[in-house]
Design a protein around this ligand. Structure first.
Ligand SMILES: Nc1ncnc2c1ncn2[C@@H]1O[C@H](COP(=O)(O)OP(=O)(O)OP(=O)(O)O)[C@@H](O)[C@H]1O
Ligand SMILES: [Mg+2]
Length: 455
């Protein structure tokens, strides 16, 4: 393990010094940072193999640093140094992806053992790392829509223009935002994400702009806001349609003037950030209704990028199937049955309300579950059917739940056949006669539509 780089992020010079001595003696290369912001930039610069991170630091605290490290380097082992063994902190850090904890002051043997274990990553993680780094933020697809988006991303990335990415849930808005950052000249700066929908109204201002020490009761140490963290980088305002009018006003000012203040502070700070925003809401309607500011809309809508839903570009599906299955197998070291041509065609007939995210989950699930030599259309139809047969679909659902004529026809035929089979007590011969079709045809249709008698 010697020769590996360990980054120590701690605001106490004494601790940094003693860790450096111990680690260098054991043959590691050591980089140091005295606060969170410096830590993040050292991480980008030196790509350490492991990080030792203090939790309690002024400015950006350790958990925030951890969150940012995990979003940029998902498999980097980060070991938390904590003096105050708070359970709550430990739980949060673990959730965020911390590898392990060391009590302060750290003991030499414990440190070396923990680092050795951390560096001895399982094959799985190493493979994951490899597969992630080759394909980071790759936008797969050969539909004209995706080709146009790829071109647009390359063209707008180097400019300072704000970008507004729109599209249904799961279409790849975050992917586009990250691709823009990666292709920009800010790509060695941070990519900082704020999910405006996930943060409670009364906390979002703190989250965005930070607060001064003791700004209000319970404010504690000074806290760094996302604008400040994103300095020289990209700030991704996700779900911007969910931001309250009050916050919209503050964000507008920060964007217009490039200036803002921490909550409870009066010092004016400057933000050099590139804004990428995303939403699946209809901002134009929200403007009409008065719930989204028109001036903010124009400010963030420098270049609009619209990602069409997957059902409108189902020619992308064959490539996506190949991409997701190859990656899944590589990451997990598996060999799974391939999707057959009619299996892929079956996928192309579905409406994918959850778009690429839903398709990806669906593919991965069936790679694991399918015990047949190929994942065929008949298999997929059968497994889709076995879920809903008992209930059957109401005519209302059939009329509204399908986007292609073929989906609709299949669903309607299925509901009809199930109803007739039930009326005839699942007697195939009687049912076939009742609906005027040969028995063999009824069998074939039942098989294709995945109709099975429920137990
Ligand atoms: N064209 C694509 N090629 C490969 N993977 C994609 C593509 N588009 C989306 N994905 C993957 O699909 C998943 C969902 O994408 P992403 O999170 O960017 O969607 P989103 O539009 O931000 O969704 P939401 O509105 O729910 O936040 C991610 O795993 C992403 O990597
Ligand atoms: Mg998203």
């Amino acid at each position: 393990m010697a020769g590996k780089t360990v980054l120590v992020i701690d605001d106490e010079a004494g601790i940094r010094k003693s860790l450096k001595m111990i680690l260098e003696y054991a043959g590691y290369h050591v980089e140091e940072a005295e606060d969170g912001i410096a830590g993040l930039s050292q991480a980008r610069k030196h790509r350490p193999d492991c990080v030792l991170l203090d939790i309690k630091m002024s400015g950006m605290d350790g958990l925030e640093v951890l969150e940012s490290l995990m979003s940029d380097y998902p498999v980097l082992p980060v070991i938390i140094l904590s003096g105050h063994g708070s359970i709550e902190t430990a739980v949060r850090a673990t959730r965020l992806g911390a590898y392990d904890f060391l009590e302060k002051p750290p003991k030499k043997d414990r440190i070396l053992l923990t680092i050795r274990n951390a560096l001895n990553l399982s094959n799985l993680e190493a493979r994951m790392k490899a597969s992630e780094s080759n394909t980071a933020w790759e936008m797969i697809g050969d539909s004209s829509a995706i080709k146009a988006i790829r071109t647009l991303v390359q063209r707008v990335a180097p400019s300072p223009l704000p970008v507004l990415v729109r599209g249904e849930s799961g279409t790849g808005k975050e992917l586009v935002a990250r691709a823009i950052h990666d292709a920009s000249n800010r790509n060695d700066g941070p990519f900082i994400q704020v999910n405006c929908a996930a943060i409670p109204e009364d906390l979002i201002e703190n989250e965005l702009f930070g607060h001064e020490k003791g700004a209000y009761s319970g404010a504690g140490e000074r806290r760094t806001g996302k604008f400040e963290m994103a300095h020289h980088g990209t700030l991704f305002l996700d779900e911007i349609g969910d931001m309250s009018l009050k916050t919209q006003a503050k964000v507008l000012r920060a964007l217009q003037e490039g200036e803002y203040q921490r909550v409870g502070g009066n010092r004016t700070l400057h933000a050099d950030v590139r804004i990428v925003a995303a939403t699946n809401q209809d901002l134009e309607v929200m403007i009409q209704e008065g719930s989204f500011r028109e001036d903010l809309f124009h400010r963030i809508n420098g270049v609009p990028i619209w990602i069409p839903p997957l059902r409108d570009r189902n020619e992308d599906i064959p490539l996506l199937v190949l991409y997701f299955s190859t990656r899944f197998n590589a990451v997990n070291g598996l060999q799974t049955p391939p999707f057959s041509k009619d299996g892929i065609e079956w996928l192309q007939r579905q409406s994918w309300k959850g778009n690429i995210r839903e398709l990806k989950n669906f593919i991965e699930r069936h790679l694991i579950l399918c015990t047949e030599p190929t994942i065929s259309g008949a298999y997929l139809q059968r497994s889709a059917g076995s879920v809903s047969v008992e209930v059957g679909q109401s005519s209302d659902t059939i009329l509204t739940a399908h986007n292609t004529l073929q989906d609709f026809k299949d669903a309607a035929e299925k509901a009809f056949l199930i109803q007739k089979l039930q009326q005839n007590n699942w007697n195939i011969k009687a049912t076939a006669e009742a609906i005027g079709t040969p028995r063999s045809n009824l069998y074939k249709r039942m098989q294709f539509l995945g109709i099975e008698r429920s137990p």
